[in-house]
Design a protein around this ligand. Structure first.
Ligand code: ATP
Length: 365
């Protein structure tokens, strides 16, 4: 038996004037899932979220929450919990009053209200701040209260619009862990808008990658990282090295490529449509490359010769820039790969497996 679908967007479209901001948006979200909308600024993430929230109406398409059609339904009837980028707490109300706000609107009996606020403040690990005012809390604490306020009404759907982006790096990471724990503990269906790929990878069951109002790919973090549907998805998520070249031969299990410098490389096909003779962009991620002092005897590996240009020790790993022809290739070595023994100017061989190469048709610029 399939899981319950909590949210469904069918062919949603939205324009502002002649600017089509969201196009053909189709998505089903299962009960308890955390789905991220990820993409660069202006790609339509917030506009889509605002349509789900009921702040904007789609021009076309249908929106369902828990099987009910929501088009035209006012926001406060949609049973949502929402947290935004800026702390949206009421400054003149105590933390208790802030958190209880939604319950008060729903005319929840006082004793139940007190019980639920107490419980949710414990869940967000701030049990002793009920009598304080927002300005007496740190940024991170305020955002936890905003999360508590969104969850206390037990919404059918939690909408988070960049809730971590106003926090400094350390707090951001802490609250990110906390959000993940809360989301899993409570099991509330969640949509999370972010432009931060690491946050999306960390928090989501599935990611919707958006570019220019279009869905580029929907998939699990693993699929998005390891089976990108397009060059955009591959380069938007994680670091990667690009080389230009040509696809010389196409076999069922192997692509034979040649870089502009003349290096012969192979790649395993990953479902991207390509034809022999195509100009291509080829990618390999820094953590997939190994360095060797001598050329490998194995013909199964890609191998190119280069010169160490820059070595940066970063604790858990060493990042190394290697000049290969006119390209600079970044390599990330784990501590045990003896990044410490490398010398600037040294000649090295970069090696990686054909399955670690991503090949896309080269865009005409
Ligand atoms: P960001 O991360 O910067 O918030 P986003 O992906 O959330 O970006 P949206 O806010 O959804 O992007 O905006 C998408 C596009 O729609 C942008 O080009 C923006 O300028 C435009 N837009 C958004 N709201 C309006 C509006 N009310 N009127 C006109 N254009 C709008």
């Amino acid at each position: 038996m399939g899981k319950n679908i909590d949210v469904e967007l069918k062919n949603i479209q939205k324009s502002f004037g002649s600017n089509v901001v969201v196009e053909n948006f189709n998505l089903q979200i299962e009960q308890g899932e955390c789905v991220s909308f990820l993409g660069p600024s202006g790609c339509g993430k917030t506009t889509t979220l605002n349509m789900i929230a009921g702040f904007l109406e789609p021009d076309q398409g249908d929106l369902f929450i828990k099987g009910k059609r929501m088009n035209g339904m006012p926001s406060n009837k949609r049973e949502l919990g929402m947290v935004f980028q800026t702390y949206s707490l009421f400054p003149h109300m105590t933390i208790f009053e802030n958190v209880a706000y939604g319950l008060k609107l729903r005319k929840t009996p006082k004793s139940e209200m007190q019980e639920r606020v107490k419980k949710i403040l414990e869940v967000v690990k701030l049990p002793n701040v009920a009598d304080r005012y927002p300005k007496q809390l740190s940024g991170g604490q305020r955002q936890r209260i905003a999360i508590a306020r969104a969850l206390v009404t037990e919404p059918s759907l939690l909408l988070l619009d960049e809730p971590l982006s106003n926090l400094d790096a350390k707090l951001r990471e802490e609250l990110r862990d906390e959000l993940k724990r809360l989301q899993q503990e409570i099991g509330v269906t969640t949509i999370f808008v972010t432009h931060d790929q690491e946050e999306a990878l960390y928090l989501s069951n599935r990611i919707v990658v958006l570019a220019n109002g279009k869905m580029e790919q929907v998939g699990t973090p693993w699929e998005i990282y390891n089976r990108p549907a397009s060059e955009f998805v591959h380069t938007f998520i994680g670091k990667s090295n690009r080389m230009y070249g040509i696809l010389e031969e196409t076999h069922p299990s192997q692509l034979r490529l040649r870089t502009e410098e003349g290096f012969a490389l192979s790649a395993s096909p990953k479902g991207i449509e390509l034809r022999t003779g195509d100009q291509v962009s080829m990618y390999v991620r820094p953590e997939r490359i190994q360095l060797a002092q001598e050329e490998s005897a194995s013909t199964d590996m890609n191998s190119v010769k280069g010169q160490v240009k820059l070595i940066s020790f970063l604790g858990a790993y060493t990042e190394c820039e290697v000049t290969v022809g006119k390209h600079t290739i970044t390599v990330r070595l784990l501590a045990e790969q003896e990044g410490g023994a490398l010398k600037q100017g040294e000649t090295v061989y970069l090696e990686w497996k054909p399955e670690d190469m991503f090949v896309f048709p080269r865009k005409v610029e």
